[in-house]
Design a protein around this ligand. Structure first.
Ligand SMILES: Cc1cc2nc3c(=O)[nH]c(=O)nc-3n(C[C@H](O)[C@H](O)[C@H](O)COP(=O)(O)OP(=O)(O)OC[C@H]3O[C@@H](n4cnc5c(N)ncnc54)[C@H](O)[C@@H]3O)c2cc1C
Ligand code: FES
Length: 303
């Protein structure tokens, strides 16, 4: 059985790295022994804190603080000396930490702490709609894997500014589709869990041209049988806020995986607070330790 509370600091080896799209990468880190079994117990929504610097020498410019990344998938594969746990990350290159990751090659070592955070509450049955916007796809890929294992009916929405950001993972089905609101096997990382997906782009360069929440609205008009699904989402605050409003209006349950500026990642420094409603009161919660997944109806948006 998976143990959500177990975590540790572990060194893994880069097993592979490829382009997900322009300025976006997919990296696999391999772990053995205890590291493999603890990280193999991660649940969708959890993240790792990665030390984005060389382990033996400290170079000027490499970040001192670890960087948080959602777990995009976990699987066990046979290795030369026993089983290896492969942990996938998908990241956008934005600064020194992610540039350091981009320079890693197969066989290089990476130090991570994890798995951290709470993870999504998973339905035993029913339906699930997964929405990933911007660099919010990674936890959705992992969630789709887990929902497949549980036999939950699901469909995904992947929203991006422009198609080049996802072109490394885009399948021909997405480009050939005549109906932009018809979910297809559009993204490599969703294909492994047989999750059909609607692509949305802000500039209309692929799929539905417009916001992911607008696409969801039109999809539900066409497919009212999905109206009782649970919404799971990760993406920029603006998207999550709009989705929370949409879910409240439609009476749909919605869980959001939030991002915040983090330092420690383990509930000590209080740099990642979000305001959450508890009954009639409002309380500060830490995204790293109390989240990153919250009930969208309880988040005080814009705080
Ligand atoms: C729980 C969690 C999960 C995350 N998962 C992923 C993931 O799967 N893939 C991914 O690419 N990124 C993810 N992020 C964001 C990622 O941690 C940052 O992009 C990363 O720390 C940037 O490090 P850097 O040194 O490259 O850039 P920095 O120099 O630290 O930042 C570069 C730019 O990105 C902005 N930025 C950095 N962190 C954040 C943040 N948390 N929220 C909003 N803006 C930020 C900064 O304002 C700055 O403009 C996640 C963040 C959190 C909190
Ligand atoms: S990052 Fe330190 S408390 Fe959340």
């Amino acid at each position: 059985m998976k143990n959500k509370l177990k975590r540790g600091q572990y060194v893994g080896r880069i097993g592979g790295q490829r382009s997900f799209g322009v300025g976006h990468r997919v990296m696999t880190i391999e772990f053995e022994g205890e590291a493999g079994s603890v990280l193999g117990g991660a649940v969708p929504g959890q993240f790792v804190q990665v030390a984005c610097r060389d382990m033996d020498i400290s170079r000027v410019g490499d970040p001192l603080l670890r960087r948080p990344f959602s777990i995009a998938g976990v699987r066990v594969e046979p290795g030369n000396f026993g089983e290896v746990t492969c942990l996938d990350l998908v990241y956008r290159v934005v600064g020194p930490g992610t540039r350091w990751l981009e320079r890693r090659r197969v066989g290089d070592l990476v130090d991570v702490i994890g798995p951290l955070g709470n993870g999504f509450t998973l339905p035993e049955d029913g339906k699930a709609i997964l929405l990933g916007g911007g660099i919010g796809f990674p936890p959705m890929f992992f969630l789709a894997d887990e929902l497949s294992r549980r036999g939950v009916q699901k469909v995904a929405f992947a929203g991006t500014r422009t198609v080049s950001h996802i072109e490394g993972s885009l399948k021909p089905a997405a480009i050939d589709s005549a109906d932009v609101l018809e979910p297809t096997m559009a993204l490599e990382e969703f294909v492994r869990s047989q999750t059909a997906c609607v692509i949305t782009t802000d500039d209309g360069s692929c799929g539905y041209g417009g916001s992911i929440v607008a696409a969801l609205g039109e999809f539900l008009v066409r497919n009212p049988d999905w109206g009782d699904a649970v919404l799971y989402a990760c993406g920029p605050d603006g998207m999550l806020k709009a989705l929370a409003g949409f879910a409240a209006e439609k009476g749909m349950a919605c869980q959001v995986c939030m991002e915040a500026y983090m330092a420690c990642g383990i509930g000590v420094c209080q740099s990642c607070v979000v305001t959450v409603k508890e009954g009639t009161a409002q309380k500060y919660k830490m995204v790293c330790a109390n989240g990153p997944v919250f009930d969208a109806a309880r988040v005080v948006w814009g705080s």
